[in-house]
Design a protein around this ligand. Structure first.
Ligand code: SF4
Length: 347
């Protein structure tokens, strides 16, 4: 997977490493492909009149997807809390006082029971999330067993375990993993305001390992963190310029949790207008036409009408089930009622 040129530049600067900067400068210009999407071009899509933007997004959506079908994924936290990272939005970081305890890895039979329940409720993909900077080797072995067991239940499998070292992506692939989630979170220029314990290049390295192992890439971000519209355009441009772009693009609307730095910074007030969230979905659809664009965290706060606009804008996947990793989600009955009211089938 090739790396967007803007990230190579940002990485060298952020690392403050003369060697890295020199390596970037020494690279022949011809070896760096121009990005398919400039931030300016993505920002211009955001600026379209709302009805024009939605019309274009819906037309693009219909070229590549059934317009009446939404894919359902269920997410289970297999290892909650106690994370060493400092993501400013996350209640699972050990350093923040959010009331989320450091729990042990779930037992395999608990995971399989949850997967069976998700399948019975209509989910086609089961995602297992662990609050780690990345899995240690002793952590990975039981997760590989979980992947095998969930796969044997006839579900697609997805994991989000943090950064992967050499060989770990291949081990997951060999166990039957279909998707690996690793979000870019935000635009490179804003990343240091949100996370300091790793940099953008680390994220891209894991995405490259996942891609090289032949696992589908699930990669998106979070909006409503106080970023500008240009910041949102920068995130979408980064995602759309991954080569190839992700098969699955979760777009999260920040749920501010008390005790996290972003809750302190934003005061619990939504930092993004609902229609701007809809625009973000539409721009993701236009720039990544074949991707599954997933409504993720923050759906409950959006309400039914805004979610309906998101489906019109090209969203075609949701997280389904009463909890995400640690925050609430619309309950299953409410989702069924909404999909039924909209005449949307599930896959
Ligand atoms: S988002 Fe993931 S890596 Fe960051 S603190 Fe939370 S659990 Fe850890």
């Amino acid at each position: 997977m090739s790396v967007p040129p803007s990230v190579e530049r940002m990485s060298a600067t952020a690392a403050g490493s003369p060697g890295a900067a020199a390596a970037t400068q020494a690279r022949p210009a011809a070896a760096v492909a121009p990005p398919r999407w400039t931030v300016d071009a993505v920002e211009a899509l955001f600026a379209l009149p709302f009805t024009e933007l939605l019309h274009r997004a819906q037309a693009t959506h219909r070229e590549h997807h059934a317009p009446d079908t939404v894919q359902l994924s269920t997410l289970l936290s297999i290892k909650t809390g106690g994370c060493s990272e400092d993501c400013g939005y996350c209640p699972q970081a050990a350093r923040y006082h959010t009331g989320v305890d450091n729990e042990a890895l779930l037992a395999q039979d608990e995971v399989v029971a949850a997967a069976r329940a998700a399948k019975a409720a209509g989910a086609s993909r089961f995602c297992m999330g662990a609050a780690w900077r990345g899995p240690k080797e002793r952590d990975l072995a039981p997760v590989l067993d979980m992947v095998r067991a969930v796969k044997a239940e006839g579900l697609e499998t997805c994991c989000t375990l943090g950064m992967l070292k050499e060989g770990q992506a291949q081990a997951l692939k060999d166990a039957g993993l279909d998707y690996y989630n690793h979000n870019l979170d935000t635009a490179p220029e804003f990343y240091g305001d949100i996370v300091t314990t790793r940099d953008y290049r680390d994220r891209l390295d894991t995405l490259e390992r996942v891609r090289e192992a032949g696992i589908n890439v699930c990669c998106g971000g979070i909006v409503g963190m106080g970023e500008t519209r240009r910041g949102r355009a920068g995130l979408i441009a980064q995602l759309a310029n991954l080569d190839p772009y992700p098969e699955s693009v979760p777009i999260n609307h920040l749920v501010q949790v008390e005790g996290t730095p972003l809750h302190d910074r934003l005061g619990g007030e939504a930092a993004l207008a609902p229609l701007e969230f809809v625009r973000t979905i539409a721009v993701a659809r236009l720039t990544m036409p074949r991707a599954m664009v997933r409504l993720s965290a923050g759906r409950r706060e959006l309400g039914d009408a805004v979610q309906a606009l998101c489906f019109l804008a090209g969203a075609n996947s949701i997280f389904y089930g009463e909890r995400l990793l640690t925050t609430g989600n619309p309950d299953v009955d409410a989702d069924r009622a909404l999909l039924s009211a909209l005449g949307l089938a599930t896959a």
